[in-house]
Design a protein around this ligand. Structure first.
Ligand SMILES: Nc1nc2c(c(=O)[nH]1)N[C@H]1C(S)=C(S)[C@@H](COP(=O)(O)OP(=O)(O)OC[C@H]3O[C@@H](n4cnc5c(=O)[nH]c(N)nc54)[C@H](O)[C@@H]3O)O[C@H]1N2
Ligand SMILES: Nc1nc2c(c(=O)[nH]1)N[C@H]1C(S)=C(S)[C@@H](COP(=O)(O)OP(=O)(O)OC[C@H]3O[C@@H](n4cnc5c(=O)[nH]c(N)nc54)[C@H](O)[C@@H]3O)O[C@H]1N2
Ligand code: SF4
Ligand SMILES: [Mo]
Length: 716
C-alpha cells in the first residue's frame, strides 16, 4: 500500500488531494501531533499544478474546528443532542425505519444525496446500495436543484456518442451563467471543471482561444474574456435563440453534421426566425452588434463549445435555455468525428467506446415513477428535490416520513426556506450524516459523525470524466480520525446490514458479517479500468494515464437512422412563451441572481472564523441603483420577494448590472448565536418551476430592496 508512514506525534508532510469540490486539487499537508498545521498546493500534481483556493487551505479548521463532531448524536426529548455510540445509533435507526416501512410502506423512506457525498468515491455507491435495498422510490439529490436541465436536454434532444470537442485544442469557447475563476465549474463536459482556472483560461487565451462570456455580472471570468454579453437575468433562452438565428441566416452552421445527425433543422430554423437581433436587444438588453459578433466569433472558430452553469440552469426558462445552448453546439458540429482521437478519460472506470452515432430522444421521464405531488415523475431514477418538502408535508399514502441526508444540507439549500424547515421538523425520523451541526443536523433525530476527507482513503474514479486528460489519484487516510467517527460508506454498509438488506457493490453481494476495508472496496471499483489498483497506489502525486490511443470508431449500422431532435413541440411552445412574456414589475423592480464565493462551497466554509470576508451575505447592487433607491454602501436593508424577506446589508458593486442584485446561497444558521449571514432561500420558492424536472427558479427572482425599518424582524 502507498502509506507513506504512520500519522502520529511528529511533524511530517503528507501528500493527498482535496475533496471539498470537484477540482480535486493535489495538496501537501503538514501534520503535527495529528493535526493539519498547513495546506500547500502540490506543485508536482499534473492537473492542479500547485493551485489551491482559500477554503482548501483552511482544511485544518474544517477537520479540527471547535464545531467538528467527534461523536454521533441522538436527539433528546428537549430537542438537544447527546452523544451516542454509532453502533447503537445504527441499530436504533434500522429499527425505526423498519417500523415506518411496516406501517406506511417503503415509499415513506427517502434519501437526500448532497454535494459533499460526491467527493468521496465510496459514499454514493454505498448510500445507493442501502437505498436500493429499501425498495423506496423516494431518491433525491442536489442535481435537481442545480443543473438537471442538462438531463432534460438529453432526454428531449438525444445524445451524440462520439464525444465533445475539448477545451485543450479549442479555438473558441462560450461560457454562459458560470464563473469558473471562482467556482471551477464550466469546463468541457456537462457539469465539468476548469482546474487551476485563472491559469488555465489565461493560457488558453495566450494560445489564441477566443473566450465569450454570457453573464449579467462582469465576473472574474468575464474580465478575462474577449467578448462579454450581459443579458438581463433570466433571458438567456432568447439570447441563444438569437445566436442560432444569426448563425443559420448567415449559413455559418455545419451543414454536413446537421444533415447527418439532425432530424429537424428546418423546424429549428422556423422557430428561431422571429428572434431578430432587435428582439434580442428588446428582451435581453444585449446590443445588436454584440449579438451578431458573438454569433460570428463562435461559429467561425473551428473548434470549441458553449458550456453553462447555474446561472442558466436556475433561471425561469432553464430547460429551454439549456436546450438552445446544446442546439448551438450541434448546429456548429462541435463533436468528434470518426477517426479523431477519442475523448477517453476513463482510467479507473470502464472505458466507453466512442462512436459517431446518435441515441435518439427517449423521454424516459414520461415513464418514470410518478410522485403524488403535481404528477411529477422521476427523471434518471430521482424525484426532483423541488418537491421534497411537499412529499413530506402533504398527507396521504406514500408520504415521506423518514429522511436520511448524506453529505447535504437541505435545510439551507432547498427553495422556500420556511416550508423546508416545517417539512424537516415534521418528519418521524430525520438522520443527517455530517461532520458538523449544519442546519439540517440541528433538526435531526440522529446525527452521524463521519470522518472528513483527509481521514479516509479515496480515489478519483468518479471525478475522472472531469479531468482535462486521463488522470487518476489514490490517497490513503493521512490523518487519524477522531475515535467516535465512521467513514460515510461504512455507515450505509452497517445500516444495510442492521436492516437485513443485501449490499450490492461492483457486481457482487458483500458479506454483512465481514465488512470490507475501504481499500478493498476502492480496488473493487477499479476492476474494469485500465490501470490496476496496485499500480495506482504507487503514484502519490497522481497517475497520468496517457490517452490510451483510442479513436472514434465506426458507427453501428443499426444506428444509421437515429437523429437528434432540436425543436420538438414542447420546446417550441416554451420558446413562444419566453418570447411573449412581458416583464411585470409587481412591486419587485430588481432581479436577484445567484453567485458563488471563493471562500465557501455551498454551506461549507461559512462557519470557519475569518474565512469569508465580513462573515456575512450582503446584497450587492450597482452604485447607480443604490443611489436610485436612496441607499448607501453598508446600509441595512430588507430584500423582499413574493416568497419572503431577509435583512442584510447592501454593498456597492459596479460589476453587477443595473437592475440586478446578487447574493450567495447556503448562508445563515438556525443557531441564534451564530452570525453567519442570511439564507437566500427565504426569498425563493414562489417564482415558477420548470415542467419535467420541477426545477425551481433560483436566479432572476423578482425582488425589492428597501431601507430596513428598525422593527423588521430578523429573517430566519
Ligand atoms: N468556490 C466555490 N466553488 C463552487 C461552489 C461554491 O459554493 N463555491 N459550488 C459548487 C457547486 S455545488 C456548483 S453547482 C458549481 C456552480 O458553478 P457556477 O455555475 O459557475 O456558479 P457561480 O459561480 O455561482 O456562477 C454562476 C454565474 O451565473 C451568473 N448568472 C446569474 N443569473 C444569470 C442569468 O440569468 N443568466 C446568465 N447568463 N448568468 C447568470 C452569475 O452572475 C454567476 O456569475 O460550483 C461549484 N464550485
Ligand atoms: N437559492 C439558491 N439555492 C441553492 C443554490 C443557489 O445557487 N441558490 N445552489 C444549489 C446547488 S447548485 C446546490 S449543489 C445545493 C447545495 O446543497 P447541499 O449539497 O445540500 O449543501 P451543502 O452545503 O453542500 O451540504 C454539504 C454538507 O455536507 C457536510 N459535509 C462536509 N464534508 C462532509 C463529509 O465528508 N461527509 C459528510 N457526510 N458530510 C460532509 C457539510 O458540513 C454540509 O452540511 O444548493 C442549491 N440551492
Ligand atoms: S476546495 Fe479549493 S483546494 Fe479544494 S479541490 Fe476545490 S478548488 Fe481545490
Ligand atoms: Mo451545485
Amino acid at each position: 500500500m502507498a502509506a507513506l508512514g504512520e500519522t502520529g506525534t511528529s511533524a511530517r508532510r503528507r501528500v493527498s488531494y482535496c475533496r471539498l469540490c470537484a477540482s480535486s486539487c493535489g495538496v501537501l499537508l503538514d501534520i503535527e501531533d495529528g493535526r493539519i498545521t498547513r495546506v500547500l498546493g502540490d506543485a508536482r500534481h499534473p492537473i492542479s499544478g500547485g493551485y489551491t483556493c482559500p477554503k482548501g487551505r483552511r482544511a485544518g479548521d474544517l477537520a479540527h474546528g471547535t464545531d467538528r463532531l467527534t461523536s454521533s448524536l441522538r436527539r433528546t426529548g428537549t430537542g438537544d443532542h447527546t452523544p451516542v455510540p454509532v453502533a447503537v445509533a445504527v441499530d436504533e435507526i434500522a429499527q425505526r425505519l423498519r417500523g415506518i416501512v411496516e406501517r406506511h410502506g417503503p415509499d415513506a423512506v427517502a434519501l437526500f444525496m448532497g454535494t459533499q457525498q460526491n467527493f468521496a468515491a465510496l459514499t454514493p455507491m454505498l448510500a445507493r446500495a442501502w437505498f436500493r435495498g429499501t425498495g423506496s422510490h423516494k431518491l433525491f439529490s442536489t442535481m435537481t436543484i442545480d443543473q438537471s436541465a442538462k438531463w432534460v436536454v438529453a432526454e428531449r434532444m438525444g445524445s451524440y456518442l462520439g464525444g465533445r470537442q475539448r477545451f485543450e485544442d479549442a479555438d473558441v469557447w462560450l461560457l454562459a451563467g458560470t464563473n469558473p475563476v471562482v467556482s471551477g465549474n464550466g469546463g468541457d463536459g456537462d457539469g465539468a471543471v476548469v482546474h487551476n482556472p485563472s491559469v488555465t483560461l489565461r493560457a488558453a487565451r495566450a494560445r489564441g482561444l477566443q473566450l465569450i462570456v454570457v453573464d449579467p455580472r462582469r465576473t472574474e471570468t468575464a474580465a478575462l474574456a474577449d467578448l462579454h454579453l450581459a443579458p438581463r437575468p433570466g433571458t438567456d433562452a432568447v439570447l441563444f435563440a438569437g445566436l442560432l438565428r444569426t448563425i443559420l441566416r448567415e449559413q455559418r452552421h455545419d451543414a454536413e453534421f446537421c444533415a447527418r445527425y439532425v432530424a429537424d433543422l428546418s423546424e429549428l430554423d422556423t422557430a428561431v426566425a422571429p428572434v431578430t437581433p432587435a428582439v434580442v436587444r428588446a428582451i435581453c438588453g444585449v446590443p445588436e452588434t454584440q449579438l451578431v459578433t458573438a454569433a460570428r466569433v463562435f461559429a467561425d472558430g473551428k473548434r470549441g463549445m458553449a458550456t453553462t452553469g447555474t446561472g442558466l440552469c436556475m433561471g425561469p426558462h432553464s430547460n429551454l435555455a439549456e436546450h438552445l445552448v446544446a442546439a448551438l453546439n450541434v448546429v456548429c458540429g462541435r463533436y468528434l468525428r470518426e477517426g479523431e482521437r477519442a475523448d477517453d478519460r476513463a482510467v479507473l472506470t470502464r472505458p466507453v467506446p466512442a462512436r459517431p452515432e446518435v441515441v435518439p430522444p427517449v423521454r424516459s421521464y414520461e415513464h418514470g415513477f410518478r410522485s403524488r405531488i403535481g404528477s411529477v415523475r422521476a427523471i434518471r431514477g430521482e424525484l426532483p428535490s423541488g418537491i421534497l418538502a411537499d412529499e413530506i408535508l402533504a398527507p396521504g399514502p406514500g408520504r415521506v416520513r423518514a429522511l436520511i441526508v448524506s453529505g447535504g444540507n437541505p435545510a439551507a439549500a432547498l427553495p422556500g426556506r420556511a416550508k423546508t424547515l416545517r417539512a424537516l421538523r415534521s418528519l418521524d425520523l430525520l438522520v443527517c450524516v455530517d461532520p458538523r451541526l449544519s442546519d439540517t443536523a440541528r433538526l435531526a433525530d440522529y446525527v452521524i459523525a463521519p470522518t472528513t476527507m483527509y481521514e479516509r482513503a479515496d480515489h478519483t474514479a468518479i471525478m475522472e470524466p472531469f479531468f482535462p486528460r486521463p488522470f487518476a489519484q489514490y490517497t490513503p487516510a493521512v490523518l487519524d480520525p477522531p475515535p467516535g467517527t465512521i467513514d460515510d460508506w461504512r455507515f450505509f454498509f452497517d445500516l444495510a446490514a442492521a436492516s437485513g438488506q443485501p449490499v450490492k457493490f461492483a457486481g457482487r453481494i458483500l458479506d454483512p458479517d465481514r465488512p470490507p476495508t475501504a481499500d478493498e472496496l476502492l480496488a473493487m471499483m477499479t476492476e474494469r479500468g485500465r490501470v490496476p489498483f496496485g499500480e495506482l497506489v504507487t503514484a502519490p502525486h497522481g497517475y497520468p494515464a496517457g490517452t490510451g490511443g483510442a479513436v472514434v470508431g465506426p458507427p453501428d449500422p443499426a444506428a444509421a437512422g437515429h437523429r437528434l431532435r432540436l425543436m420538438p413541440g414542447d420546446v417550441r411552445a416554451e420558446l413562444r412563451a419566453a418570447l411573449s412574456e412581458r416583464t411585470v414589475e409587481n412591486g419587485f423592480p430588481l432581479r436577484l441572481t445567484v453567485r458563488r464565493i471563493r471562500e465557501a462551497v455551498n454551506s461549507t466554509g461559512i462557519q470557519v472564523p475569518g474565512l469569508v470576508p465580513g462573515q456575512g451575505n450582503p446584497a450587492a447592487l450597482h452604485p447607480d441603483d443604490l443611489t436610485a433607491y436612496g441607499l448607501v454602501d453598508g446600509a441595512v436593508v430588507t430584500v423582499r420577494s413574493a416568497a419572503g424577506r431577509v435583512r442584510t446589508t447592501v454593498r456597492a458593486d459596479d460589476t453587477v448590472a443595473p437592475g440586478t442584485v446578487t447574493m450567495t446561497h447556503c448562508f445563515g444558521s438556525l443557531d441564534p448565536g451564530a452570525e453567519l449571514g442570511v439564507n437566500v432561500n427565504a426569498l425563493t420558492g414562489a417564482a415558477g418551476v420548470q415542467t419535467i424536472n420541477a426545477m425551481p427558479t433560483l436566479t432572476a427572482v423578482p425582488v425589492a430592496v428597501e431601507p430596513a425599518p428598525r422593527t423588521t424582524p430578523e429573517a430566519i
